[in-house]
Design a protein around this ligand. Structure first.
Ligand code: GLV
Ligand code: MN
Ligand code: MN
Length: 410
């Protein structure tokens, strides 16, 4: 059995166009117009297969094969279709289109029982600053009250964006995990390891955990020309010192990472000393203890910098996920499959988080990586060699066929 390579590449190419920033990477936030276009495209393809489509109150999607048998456990494949701002064309959508291609291939071969494709909503946290929002509701980490806590930069709540879904609809979002045989997420690596080692495939062992803090600094706004350097309370200078301090604290560790990816200042004018600065710092590692320790050290450092500079500071933790070891049995199965196909594969960690983390708490979950050119992702330059994309999707097909017993039942 073989995937239809042209069909998969055609999907990826078509979906690449659904962006708010043509020529500047893919910007496709969940719940926006481009997300809707991508959904319509994918639903159209799924309808042609005779699949049934279920969309929950968070707009997570389950696409079910018509041959699925009532009461039989399902193998679920999938990922997300949303992106960061000016992101790449493969992050998330590669796993979704490959899953779709697996459904089609198995349908063509009159197989594909007990198989589903899932599209998780709001994985990137582009709207609300919290990653994996859709899958956090699926796994019960987020519940009804979080609909009002999650807000965009403009203060619009998730509840408003979803047009006030009734509590009964939210209560339906968590999955019945007793019905899930396994969850498989195929994804680009987003880092340099596979390329550097010349390997076409990665099998994920542990997904890094992360914590995010939002820091709000308040100083005194004033005229940029008439105010002497001495005695200023410049919120942006304080923020800069805090961010560099976080970098210096975490860098020697060698594996843990800290990033300040978002900052805004007020009033944001070239001739006014910034009165306030709002920025995020996130810390990631494969050990929860390391993440917590650095978060605390960074907070302490921020408080002491602010005290020295006479700057007010408020720190809130806004999002977190724990490091997660994926299913050993599935890792072994994937490793054997790769060996039997003579595909050199590496068992490796994932520095990026994935919806798979949320599902892995409740069901057997596996993740497969393909190399990222130059290790780049979350940027318009994100790319993967065509042969690697195709090989990854073929691997997913064979794994899904194996796990659903498609080969034997035929
Ligand atoms: C999601 O892509 C993340 O790792 O932030
Ligand atoms: Mn992703
Ligand atoms: Mn991403």
């Amino acid at each position: 059995m073989k995937i239809n390579e042209k069909r998969l590449l055609a999907d990826l190419t078509a979906l690449r166009e659904f962006t708010d920033t043509p020529g500047k990477g893919v910007t496709r936030f969940s719940y926006g117009a481009q997300d809707q276009r991508a959904r319509e495209y994918l639903f159209g393809e799924a309808n042609q297969l005779g699949c049934s489509i279920k969309v929950d109150a968070l707009k997570n999607v389950r696409i079910m094969m018509p041959q699925n048998m009532e009461g039989r456990k399902r193998v679920v494949m999938g990922s997300h279709i949303d992106t960061v701002r000016n992101g790449g064309w493969l992050d998330g959508i590669y796993g979704v289109t490959s899953g779709l291609e697996v459904l089609r291939t198995l349908k063509d071969a009159e197989l594909g029982k007990n198989l589903e494709l899932v599209i998780f909503a709001e994985e990137e946290g582009s709207n609300f600053g919290s990653t994996m929002t859709g899958s956090k509701f699926i796994s019960g980490i987020y519940t009804e009250p979080d609909l009002e806590k999650l807000k965009t930069d403009k203060g619009i709540t998730l509840k408003e964006i979803l047009q006030n879904p009734p509590p009964e609809a939210i209560a339906q979002v968590p999955w019945d995990f007793s019905q899930i045989e396994a969850m498989l997420e195929l994804h680009i690596e987003q880092g340099p390891v596979l390329e550097q080692e010349g390997l076409p495939l990665g099998i994920v062992d542990t997904i890094f955990g992360m914590k995010v803090m939002e820091v709000e600094l308040s100083g005194t706004g004033n005229h940029a020309g008439a105010s002497p350097m001495e005695g200023r309370r410049d919120a942006l200078c304080a923020a800069a010192e805090c961010i560099v301090a976080a970098e210096s604290l975490v860098k020697p560790h060698g594996r843990a990472v800290a990033t300040a990816g978002k900052i805004s200042i007020r009033p944001d004018c070239s001739n006014v000393i910034p009165e306030s600065a709002l920025f995020t710092i996130e810390v990631r590692d494969r050990e929860e203890e390391t993440i917590s320790r650095y978060m605390e050290q960074i907070k302490e450092e921020i408080r002491s910098i602010c005290q020295r500079r006479g700057i007010g500071c408020q720190i809130r933790e806004t999002s977190q996920s724990k490091p997660l070891a994926l299913d050993r049995e599935l890792i072994g199965k994937m490793d054997s499959l790769a060996q039997s196909r003579n595909i050199p594969a590496k068992i490796m960690d994932s520095g990026a988080v994935h919806d798979a983390c949320m599902i892995a708490k409740h069901a057997k979950t596996g993740m497969i990586f393909v190399p990222s050119i130059g290790g780049r992702s979350h940027v318009p330059q994100e790319n993967t060699r065509e042969e690697h994309l195709l090989q990854g999707a073929q691997f997913l097909l064979e794994l899904a066929a194996d796990l659903t017993g498609a080969e034997e039942n035929h």
